[in-house]
Design a protein. Structure first.
Lengths: 188, 188
DNA sequence: CCTACCGATCGGTAGG
DNA sequence: CCTACCGATCGGTAGG
C-alpha cells in the first residue's frame, strides 16, 4: 500500500466514522483529500475497497491478538486480562477504523460479509475458550459461557462510543477497570 | 397516527434494521408497502420523519421506564433488577425499532439529534443514580459510577445484536442472567 | 491527478 | 393512491 493510498484510507475512515459508510460519498472523500473525485480511482478500485480494507485489517488485528493470548500458557484469569488489554489497545490505537469496523461491516458485499462473519466468529470463539478455561480451572463461576462472552464483548466494543484519547482514562486503565468489573461485579 | 401510517413505519423500521437508514430508499419502502413511491407522502412528511418517530418513541419508552423504577422506593439492587428487566423488555418487544434507534440516530438532523442526545443522557443519568444509590446504601462496591454505568448499558444495548425472539432465552431470562452477571462477575 | 461526462438513483412535488 | 416528472447527487469511466 502506497503512502498516498494509506492517507486516503485514513481520510475515508474519519469521514465514515462521522457520517457512516453509506452517507459518505466519494466526492466527500475527494474534497477532504484535496483532489478531484476521479483522481481517487488511480489509488483505489472503488468505494467498497475502503470499507473492505478497514474491516479486514481490523479483524486481522483482533484475531492475531487473541491467538497470541491463547498461545501463552497462563491461567484463564491472566489470559482474560491480556485479552481485554489487547482488545482495548487495538480499539484505542485505531479508533476511527474500529468504529467503521464495528458499525459498517454490514455494507460489505454478500460474499465479503460472509467472510467477515467467519473471522468475527473466530474471535468470539477465542474469547469463549478463555471463559471456558476459567470455569474448568475452577477460577470462574459456572456461568453460561456463550452469554457471558457476549456480555464481555459488548462491554469491550462499546468503548468506541465514548473513548476519548484526551479523556481521563488511558487505554490500560480502561482495560483494568473493565477486567475488574467483569471479574468481581457490582455487589459488595 | 393512522393504522396505515403505523404499517408504513413498521415496514420502514424492518428495512432500516436490515440495510440501515441511509441505504434504504423511499422506493424500497414503497415496494415493501406495495404502493408507488409518491403515495408514501400522503401518509408521512418525508423519510426523516420515519427515523425521527422511531428514535423519539423509543427514547420515550426508555425514559418512562427508568422514571418508573426510580419512583419506587426499594433498595438499589431491586431497582437495578427492575431497570434491567424493563430495558430488556423494551428491546425485545420493539426489536426492529430498537436497532434503528441505537444505530441510526446519528442521521437525525442537527437539532433533532441534539434533542435526542439530551434524552439519551437523561436515561443514562437515571441509571447512574441507581448505581450511586447502591454504593451509598453499602450494597455495591465503590466503583467508578460513570464507568460502571456505561459498561452496564453496553451489555444491555448489545442484546439487540444477538437477541432472537425464537431463541432459547426469554427476555426475562436474559435480564436475569445479565443482572446476575453484572452483580457478581465471573470470579468464583 | 485533471476535465468532461455517463447512466442510475435519490428524495420529493404537481396534479389528479 | 396513481402517473409523470424534477433537480440533485451518486459511483464510476474515458481519455489525457
Amino acid at each position: 500500500m502506497t503512502e498516498r493510498k494509506l492517507e486516503i484510507l485514513s481520510i475515508a475512515q474519519s469521514l465514515f466514522k462521522d457520517n457512516g459508510y453509506t452517507a459518505t460519498s466519494m466526492r466527500d472523500i475527494a474534497k477532504a483529500a484535496n483532489v478531484e473525485p476521479a483522481s481517487l480511482y488511480s489509488h483505489i478500485n472503488g468505494k467498497e475497497e475502503l470499507l473492505d480494507t478497514t474491516c479486514f485489517s481490523m479483524a486481522e488485528k483482533f484475531i492475531n491478538g487473541i491467538a497470541e493470548v491463547n498461545d501463552i500458557y497462563f491461567d484463564a484469569a491472566q489470559k482474560l486480562k491480556m485479552a481485554v488489554d489487547t482488545h482495548v489497545g487495538i480499539l484505542a490505537t485505531n479508533l476511527n477504523a474500529a468504529i467503521v469496523f464495528q458499525r459498517d461491516w454490514r455494507h460489505l458485499s454478500d460474499d465479503r460479509k460472509a467472510a467477515f462473519i467467519v473471522l468475527r466468529n473466530q474471535y468470539e470463539e477465542g474469547m469463549r475458550v478463555i471463559v471456558q478455561n476459567g470455569i474448568d480451572e475452577g477460577l470462574f463461576n459456572e456461568v453460561d459461557v456463550k452469554f457471558a462472552t457476549l456480555t464481555l464483548l459488548s462491554s469491550l466494543n462499546w468503548i468506541v462510543e465514548w473513548y476519548d484519547a484526551e479523556g481521563r482514562l488511558t487505554p490500560a486503565e480502561i482495560a483494568e477497570n473493565l477486567y475488574n468489573f467483569v471479574l468481581t461485579g457490582l455487589k459488595k
